[in-house]
Design a protein around this ligand. Structure first.
Ligand code: PAF
Length: 284
């Protein structure tokens, strides 16, 4: 496995491979890899001869009050896991490589509407940071395919729109959310949870499943009849709920009935840890 820490080193290695006109599949990450990331690497492998991953904790997607400084950085273990997963190349740039002059002064990409609701509302600027870094990474790696996880469903929809709007020559693929045995969606931030919080956390997925089941029931005419009590129950159990909402997959419009393909999206905090998850519901 080749580890390239600068854009020029990565481009040089990739140029040598491209002479054989092989397809390149790319999985961008912020490191601290878990089974969810490794499943995306496997998916990338099924679609292309060359798999490239990146590890870059992107300062532009963190607000000042967020966990940039403490975000778990586990480079040696990550590289070992990627080698084991059969990844061909890993790109590990530093901040200056991606944002010469600093991220604060850098041009930002904003995807309107999709980027302004849910996590975009609670974390202003977050998706601008995600889109900007993903676009920059695409320009450096020039992948044919890029793979993202459905756990970050809003991020996935936003990246798809950015790719469409900017005409980026990349096929965006997505892989299903990987879960612990008790249902908690795998996330690097789960390790911030105390033992008591970790024991409570699977209630989020349980709640999403219950909501989806109820919303599929024809007798339920109003989503709020399901979502309001579910929100209250999460609050009573100890979560601070940022949102629990039914929104369309096409435009993230808030809807009150399952009239088209949609998802229940949740973000809730347990102590200092903000967890997100979602469940998709297909139109009847
Ligand atoms: O999902 C993530 O880990 C990040 O948002 C991404 C896509 C790697 C951009 O920094």
């Amino acid at each position: 496995m080749i580890v390239a820490s600068t854009p020029s080193a990565l481009k040089e290695h990739l140029a040598a491979l491209r002479t054989r006109s092989v397809a390149v599949s790319f999985v961008p990450t912020m490191g601290n890899l878990h089974a969810g990331h490794l499943a995306l690497m496997q998916q990338a492998r099924q679609s292309a001869e060359v798999v490239v991953a990146s590890i870059f904790v992107n300062p532009m997607q963190f607000a000042e009050n967020e966990d940039l400084a403490t975000y778990p950085r586990t480079m040696d273990a990550d590289l070992a896991a990627l080698r084991e997963a059969g990844v061909d190349m890993v790109f590990t740039p530093n901040v200056e490589d991606i944002y010469p002059g600093g991220s604060a002064l850098h041009t930002a990409i904003h995807v309107p509407v999709l980027g302004d609701s849910l996590c975009g509302r609670d974390r202003p600027g977050h998706f601008d940071g995600v889109c900007t870094v993903v676009c920059k990474l695409f320009q450096i790696v020039e992948p044919d395919i890029a793979v993202f996880g459905e756990k970050d469903l809003q991020q996935l929809l936003i990246i798809k729109q950015m790719v469409r709007d900017l005409g980026l020559p990349v096929e965006v693929q997505h892989g299903p959310t990987q879960r612990a045995e008790d249902g908690l969606a795998l996330s690097s931030r789960n390790q911030y949870l105390s033992d008591a919080e970790r024991a409570l956390a699977p209630l989020l997925w349980q709640t999403l499943q219950d909501c989806a089941q109820a919303l599929k029931t024809p007798a339920i005419s109003e989503a709020e009849r399901v979502l309001t009590p579910a929100r209250d129950a999460l609050q009573r159990a100890g979560f601070a709920v940022d949102y629990l909402e039914l929104r369309t997959l096409s435009a993230l419009d808030l809807i009150h009935q399952v009239t088209e393909d949609c998802a229940v999206f949740v973000a809730a905090r347990l102590g200092r840890t903000r967890l997100i998850d979602n469940i998709q519901i297909l139109a009847p």
